[in-house]
Write a protein that binds this ligand. Structure first.
Ligand code: HEC
Length: 128
């Protein structure tokens, strides 16, 4: 066989193996994708919990009196580092304080007030 004929054969063999390699790589990708689709993120061990965006709620309900998301005093006091217990904070948010702060028992759900309590208790006092 001539050299030219060998060249053609080798080129053809290389092309075939490249194609085989590409299609097996794609098959691997596809099977990886279908395994992902078969395990939705909800299937994790974490129990389902309604997501409450505390910062957004804070911006809508509290920011006009409590500055910096509770980190600074405004019309209302700074909330970070409050001496109040979780029960007292809950009560203050739900009932407000006459002449100072409106109560939110009617406009916020219990879980949302709970989320505020947790958020406020978790704030790190920037001044201490
Ligand atoms: C109209 C202004 C106003 C709004 C709106 C407001 N607050 Fe207040 N808040 C105050 C004032 C004034 C005080 C101080 C009351 C007092 O004299 O004890 C206060 C006190 C508090 C306290 C007690 C802090 C402490 O250590 O004494 C908490 C907790 C609190 N507010 C949370 C909230 C949250 C959460 C929201 C939004 C859901 C909110 N407030 C909305 C004005 C406001």
């Amino acid at each position: 066989m001539s050299t030219a004929a060998w060249r053609v054969r080798i080129a053809a063999a290389l092309a075939v193996s490249a194609l085989t390699w590409m299609s097996s790589a794609r098959a691997a990708e596809e099977s990886a994708a279908s395994t992902e689709a078969a395990t939705p993120p909800e299937a994790s061990a974490e129990p389902e919990k309604p997501r409450i965006d505390v910062r957004k709620l804070f911006a809508m309900n509290c920011s006009w009196c409590h500055d910096g998301y509770g980190l600074h005093a405004g019309k209302g006091p700074k909330l970070a580092g409050t001496k109040m217990s979780t029960e007292q904070i809950y009560d203050r948010i739900a009932k407000g304080k006459s002449g100072a702060m409106p109560g939110f028992a009617k406009t916020l759900k219990k879980e949302q007030i709970d989320a505020f309590v947790e958020y406020i208790k978790g704030l790190k006092d920037p001044d201490s």
